[in-house]
Design a binder for this molecule. Structure first.
Ligand SMILES: NC(=O)c1ccc[n+]([C@@H]2O[C@H](COP(=O)([O-])OP(=O)(O)OC[C@H]3O[C@@H](n4cnc5c(N)ncnc54)[C@H](O)[C@@H]3O)[C@@H](O)[C@H]2O)c1
Ligand SMILES: [Zn+2]
Length: 383
C-alpha cells in the first residue's frame, strides 16, 4: 500500500497565472529572487490578479541562488510583520524554496534549521497561511515537492527540509514565465527535470502511477529541450518543458531519486557545478551501472525505437551535447589535483545521501568512486 501526494490544485497552461484570481485570502507575501520577475512584468501581473481576488500583497525580494539561512530568517521576520494568510513563492526554485522555509519559521518561529533537516520533522502547517508556488524555471519541480533546500554558508552545508507538509496547496505552471530564462539556465534545469524522470522511473519503490508520469516527462524533455534552448520565445515549447518538469516532480516527490542525485549533490556542494549539469554528466554511467539489475531502461530506449540501456545512455549523452552542456567533470574545468583530493570525501557523502536508499542497485564505496572517476575522465564504465 502506498499514497500519491501532490498539490490540491495544479493550474497549467499558457496564461494560467490568471488563476490567482481564484485564491482565497486577505494578505499575501510574494517571495521573489532578483529582478527578472520585475523586468518581465510577471510580478506586476501577479499583484494585479491578487488585487482582483481582493488580496493585498507585499513583496520580499532578493533571494539569492542557493538561498541561505540568513535570507530565510530575514524573510520570516518580514512575514511576522506582514501577517500573510497566503504565501507565494514566485521565480526560480531558489525563491520558492526560500519561501517554503520562511513559511515554516513564520508558523514555528522557535524552530532551528538543524531540527527541521531531520526527516519529516516539520509539524502541521497551514495554521497561519496557505502556500502557492509559481515557478519560472523548468527543472526542480519544487512547485510539487515536499522539499526545500537551504544552505548554511558558515557550515558549508545544504540542508534539505523534507516533509509532505511542505507540498504547496496550489501550483501554477505557466510557460509564459519561462520565456526570459537564459539559454544555459534552460539547458541545465531541463536536464535536471530529465534526471528526475529517469531516476523516479527506476526507483526501487517505483509504481505504475509514477512510472506513467516519469516516462511522459522524459518523452517531453527529449522532444522539447533543444528547441526551448534554441528558440526561447516559442511559448508552446516553454509550456511543454514546464509540464515535463512538473510531471517529473510529481513522480519523484512520491518515489524519490537515486545515485545520480546522491553523487551530483556532492559535486555541486564541493565544486559549484550547476545541479542539472552535474546530473547530466553522471546519468549515462549511472544508467550503465543500474542496468545490471533493472530492465526498465529498455522501456525508455523504446521511446527512440531502440531496446537497450546502452542505447538510452547514448541518447541522454546526445541530448546533453545538443544543448551545449559539458560531457565530463574535467570539461567543466575542475582541476585534477583538487578533484583527486576531494574524491574519497565525495564518495563517502554520496553513499550516505538519502537518495542512495532508493537507487535500484546498492553501490559500494569502490563502485561510486569508480563512477565518479569515469565521469571526470569522460569515459564509459563496464561493471
Ligand atoms: N525543492 C526541490 O524540490 C529542489 C530539487 C532540486 C534542487 N533544488 C534546489 O534548487 C535550487 C536551484 O533552483 P533553479 O535551478 O530553479 O535555479 P535558481 O532559482 O537558482 O535560478 C537560477 C538563476 O536564473 C534566474 N531566473 C530564474 N527564472 C528566470 C526567468 N524566467 N528569467 C530570467 N532569469 C531567471 C534566477 O534569478 C537565478 O539567477 C538549488 O538551490 C537546488 O539545491 C530544490
Ligand atoms: Zn534534481
Amino acid at each position: 500500500m502506498t499514497t500519491f501526494i501532490v498539490p490540491k490544485n495544479i493550474f497549467h497552461g499558457l496564461g494560467s497565472l490568471e488563476n490567482l484570481k481564484t485564491i482565497e485570502g486577505t494578505k499575501a507575501v510574494i517571495v521573489i529572487g532578483g529582478s527578472s520577475v520585475k523586468k518581465n512584468g510577471v510580478l506586476e501581473k501577479t499583484q494585479n490578479f491578487l488585487s482582483e481576488a481582493g488580496i493585498q500583497s507585499a513583496v520580499f525580494s532578493g533571494v539569492e541562488a542557493d538561498p541561505s539561512i540568513d535570507t530565510v530568517m530575514k524573510g520570516a521576520k518580514f512575514f511576522a510583520q506582514e501577517q500573510p494568510d497566503v504565501v507565494i513563492g514566485l521565480g526560480g526554485c531558489s525563491a520558492i524554496d526560500a519561501a517554503k522555509a520562511m513559511w515554516v519559521f513564520y508558523e514555528y518561529p522557535e524552530s532551528t534549521l538543524e531540527e527541521l533537516a531531520a526527516p519529516f520533522a516539520v509539524k502541521t502547517m497551514r495554521n497561519k497561511a496557505i502556500f502557492v508556488a509559481i515557478p519560472s524555471t523548468s527543472g526542480t519541480g519544487t512547485e510539487i515537492t515536499g522539499l526545500s533546500v537551504i544552505t548554511d554558508r558558515e557550515k558549508g552545508t545544504k540542508y534539505p527540509i523534507v516533509s509532505h507538509e511542505l507540498t504547496p496547496d496550489v501550483a501554477i505552471i505557466d510557460g509564459e514565465l519561462c520565456a526570459s530564462m537564459p539559454g544555459h539556465v534552460t539547458a541545465n534545469t531541463g536536464l535536471d527535470a530529465l534526471s528526475h524522470g529517469v531516476e523516479a522511473y527506476v526507483s526501487n519503490i517505483a509504481d505504475r502511477y509514477n512510472d506513467a508520469l516519469a516516462k511522459g516527462s522524459i518523452d517531453l524533455v527529449f522532444k522539447n529541450l533543444p528547441r526551448a534552448v534554441a528558440e526561447p520565445d516559442e511559448l508552446e515549447t516553454r509550456q511543454a518543458m514546464h509540464d515535463a518538469s512538473c510531471m517529473a516532480g510529481m513522480a519523484f516527490t512520491n518515489v524519490w531519486l537515486g545515485i545520480v542525485h546522491a553523487m551530483s549533490h556532492q559535486v555541486g556542494g564541493t565544486f559549484g557545478i550547476a545541479h542539472g549539469c552535474g546530473n547530466a554528466i553522471l546519468m549515462p554511467n549511472v544508467i550503465r551501472f543500474n542496468a545490471k539489475v533493472t530492465g526498465k531502461y529498455g522501456d525508455l530506449a523504446a521511446l527512440f525505437g531502440k531496446t537497450t540501456a546502452e542505447e538510452f545512455a547514448r541518447e541522454v549523452a546526445g541530448l546533453t551535447a545538443s544543448v551545449g552542456v559539458a560531457d565530463s567533470f574535467k570539461a567543466c574545468g575542475i582541476d585534477e589535483e583538487q578533484w583527486n583530493a576531494k574524491l574519497d570525501a565525495m564518495t563517502e557523502h554520496a553513499l550516505k545521501d538519502p537518495c542512495t536508499l532508493f537507487n535500484p542497485r546498492k553501490p559500494t564505496f569502490e563502485e561510486i568512486r569508480a563512477i565518479y572517476q569515469a565521469c571526470y575522465d569522460g569515459t564509459a564504465i563496464d561493471f
